[in-house]
Ligand binder design. Structure first.
Ligand SMILES: [Zn+2]
Length: 120
């Protein structure tokens, strides 16, 4: 069902954890497979210098958030905001059709965290 890259990120996800006093925090959930995601970002000079997340969800949600945080790290706020779920899916080498919505969660959580950062 999942390709090798997805499974690798699922087994050994990157950037997992929480953050004390993040500059931005976002939390989103999906009712479809019960995934929830919390995203924390540190921003310095308009760049994402640290990013952590916690995901409770399926393989696709965990792999998506792992690769999305890898992609967002070092990006400017504008670049990170422009990332879409299709960028994430492409970077993963594809996801099963019915699991695409799980990658949307990673995009949404990141955007929520950026929104929170901008509101401060
Ligand atoms: Zn899912």
């Amino acid at each position: 069902m999942y390709n090798e890259k997805v499974l690798q990120h699922f087994k050994d996800p990157h950037n997992v954890g929480t953050m004390e006093n993040p500059d931005g925090y976002g939390e989103v959930g999906s009712s479809e497979c019960g995934d929830t995601m919390k995203m924390y970002i540190k921003v310095d000079d308009n760049k994402i210098t640290d990013i952590k997340y916690q995901t409770y969800g399926c393989c696709a949600a965990i792999a998506s958030s792992s690769i999305a945080t890898d992609m967002a790290l070092g990006k400017t706020i504008e670049e990170a905001q422009a990332m879409s779920k299709m960028d994430i899916v492409q970077e993963l080498g594809g996801l099963p059709e019915k699991k695409i919505h799980c990658s949307l969660l990673a995009e949404d959580a990141l955007k929520e965290a950026i929104k929170d950062y901008k509101s401060k």
